[in-house]
Design a protein around this ligand. Structure first.
Ligand code: LLP
Length: 387
């Protein structure tokens, strides 16, 4: 089996499980994004901090010039701590609290992506109390489905996100009559792990319709934000570590009709960090079951919850064995039957103490870890510090 390259001797010195981020993959990915967006001039990418807020990872992303897309005050704080300039920070979320809004106002973030009328009223009030004007964009629910897992589609009318298309004009007019908010844009997001460019093209068509409708009322905004959602190839992290950014940005360039002086914003999370990260775990026991064998790892669903929560596939490699392959169910130590990473997978023969890499775990891995069963949170290392 073809495997990733890892500093195994260094890994042996570290306590497992831990996340390992290959900074070459991350920097190459960021360079690919900048190369593709550079072709268009008016495209701006904000990294979706929710995918991974490890400070060392955030730092590298900030160095590349991307902005930050946040969904909580904590994420705005993490972005500011990592040195993202406040004029590159956008903040979305259906339930922003007064504390989170005040914190973001104090830091003069670029834009609040507003998801409801009551939220707009609160931002206007809190900004007035500070004598500020908050820039706002409206998150519009475009009612566009995405061909991905039901738990991670967000752009359907039945989802809790955004303002419905019917209410759009009223809400914009309402904002324009308020003194302490400034309407600057429209925001959309249809889901995550999307690999069919047709889904993004469908969003473009919907945005075009909405923009035409608004233009009839002279409501043309400066910014269109189409969210994130570009997927990665979980099956082939070694062959295809960098997502197809060329096709992704070209799809928007081709299908989205921008008005003069409009800037197009993106909020990519998974596509930026997914492939650079692996969860490294040690085999605690190899156990013979009645008709199968289990490789029991010291990592569990508390460290990487995606397989248990979304039945997500993460490629697994035994990075310390070259012996002929055998078939294993790879499981964690947590007292839950769903604590299974992968069933019936062929891996180089496993022994107690072997290191396994769970690949493509850079996005929604470390950040979703929990302490269930009173476990410690996994640490995260970047390759730069393990040389
Ligand atoms: N913008 C908004 C408004 C979002 O809700 C999201 C993700 C993103 C951007 C970034 O999406 P991405 O480019 O990463 O697809 N925990 C799940 C994924 C949840 C995504 C939530 N929203 C998983 O592990 O698959």
């Amino acid at each position: 089996m073809i495997k990733g390259t890892f500093p195994i001797a260094k890994f042996r010195e570290l306590e497992t499980p831990f996340y390992y981020y290959d900074t070459k993959v991350l920097r190459d990915t960021l360079a690919a994004i900048n190369k593709e967006t550079g072709k268009y001039g008016n495209f701006r990418v904000h990294y979706a901090v929710k995918a991974n807020a490890n400070p060392k990872v955030l730092n590298i992303i900030r160095e590349s010039g991307l902005g930050a897309d946040c969904v909580s005050g904590g994420e705005v704080h993490a972005a500011i701590n990592a040195g993202f300039p406040s004029e590159k920070i956008v903040y979305a979320g259906v339930g922003k609290t007064d504390k989170e809004i005040n914190y973001s106002l104090d830091h003069d973030i670029f834009c609040f992506n507003v998801e409801s009328v009551p939220e707009l009223e609160v931002i206007n009030e809190l900004a007035a109390a500070k004598g500020k004007v908050a820039q706002v964009a409206f998150r519009i629910n475009p009612n566009v489905g995405a061909h991905t897992h039901a738990n991670i589609t967000t752009g359907l009318a039945e989802n809790k996100f955004g303002i419905s298309m019917e209410d759009m004009d009223t809400v914009i007019e309402m904002a324009q009559s308020m003194n302490n908010v400034k309407f600057i844009g429209l925001h959309f997001h249809i889901g995550s792990q999307i690999l069919d460019m047709g889904d993004f093209a469908a969003l473009c068509n919907r945005v075009n319709e909405l923009q035409e409708k608004l233009a009839k009322h002279q409501l043309i905004c400066e910014h269109i934000n189409v969210g994130g959602g570009l997927g990665i190839d979980y099956g082939h992290p070694n062959h295809l570590p960098i997502p197809n950014f060329a096709d992704y940005f070209a799809t928007y360039h081709k299908f989205l009709k921008l008005y003069p002086n409009q800037t197009l914003h993106f909020e990519l999370g998974r596509a930026v960090v997914g492939q650079c990260g692996s969860l490294i775990s040690k085999v605690t026991y190899v156990k013979q079951g009645t008709n199968k064998q289990f490789a029991i790892l010291d990592a569990g669903m508390t460290d990487l919850i995606r397989p248990a929560l979304y039945q997500a596939y993460h490629r697994i490699e035994n990075i310390t064995s070259d012996e002929p392959e055998e078939t294993y169910d790879v499981v964690g130590p947590i007292c839950e039957s769903s604590d299974v990473f992968l069933k019936a997978v062929d891996l180089n023969k496993a022994h107690r103490g072997d290191l396994f890499a769970l690949r493509s775990a850079g996005a929604y891995g470390e950040i979703m870890a929990s302490q269930y069963n009173c476990r410690e949170l996994p640490k995260g290392y970047i390759s730069d510090e393990l040389v």
